[in-house]
Design a binder for this molecule. Structure first.
Ligand SMILES: [Zn+2]
Ligand SMILES: [Zn+2]
Length: 237
């Protein structure tokens, strides 16, 4: 259903119609029932890093997390980073079409209803130069929506990106880690539990580095809330 209309939905964006098929009327969520069912909902995942595990069943920890548990408690994502979620995220991130973030943030908030509530929600920060270029931080838009919906305080002041690092997408896992090391700074004492919000999680290097910084500053529990998680075959290595 979606692929049939995939070129149309890029052109159509009437608020009363579904942002994906452009045909069916949609409610507040802006996605019609049929398209909602067709979205790449994440299935079985690693309980720690949310890596999609298509062949696993029940409670599962991926080999990588078994070998070296991440510094955060749990990553949670409602979607796999595939069509059409990847397109919506890209349009929101690089094309200024931030209105696509609201329905995605709303679906993430529904996924979080039964999860532990942290004391504070923070977005993955952008360096001030990057923020000037893009004019907005897509992660902050999602985080603010979640804070409102879940009634949890939001802050974009606790954590700063102090180094304007190279784009992570251009680097492999090892280089990503090196690139990010010491590039975030926690500027005041964090509360006991914090949720870090981002649009997409790929290798998890950013999430791990921020968690490390927050825990070093005294935070006890860190949760990673993202719209979409890439499956392993999409990772750069
Ligand atoms: Zn639709
Ligand atoms: Zn894992």
């Amino acid at each position: 259903m979606i692929t049939q209309y995939k070129n149309r939905w890029l052109l159509l964006n009437q608020s009363s119609h579904c942002i994906l098929c452009g045909l069916q009327p949609a409610d507040d969520r802006q996605i019609c029932q049929a398209c909602l069912v067709d979205l790449p909902w994440i299935g079985n995942t690693c309980q720690r890093c949310a890596e999609p595990m298509h062949h696993a069943s029940g409670s599962f920890i991926c080999p990588q997390c078994q070998q070296k548990p991440p510094p955060y408690e749990q990553a949670i994502a409602p979607f796999e980073y595939r069509f059409p979620i990847d397109q919506l995220v890209q349009l929101a991130k690089f094309n200024g079409q931030t209105h696509y973030l609201r329905p995605l943030a709303e679906l993430l908030s529904l996924r979080l209803q039964t999860e532990p509530r942290p004391e504070l929600i923070i977005p993955v920060p952008l360096h001030r130069k990057r923020l000037q270029e893009r004019q907005y931080n897509q992660a902050a838009i999602v985080a603010k929506h979640l804070a409102r919906r879940l009634n949890i305080p939001f802050s974009n002041k606790l954590l700063l990106k102090t180094e304007n690092t190279q784009h992570q997408a251009d680097l492999n896992r090892k280089a990503r880690r090196k690139n990010l090391r010491n590039s975030f700074q926690c500027v005041s004492a964090p509360p006991t539990s914090v949720a870090i919000v981002d649009d997409v999680m790929t290798t998890g290097t950013t999430a791990a580095e921020i968690s490390r910084v927050l825990k070093q500053a005294g935070c006890q529990q860190v949760y990673i809330w993202i719209i979409a998680r890439t499956a392993k075959e999409l990772h750069l290595s």
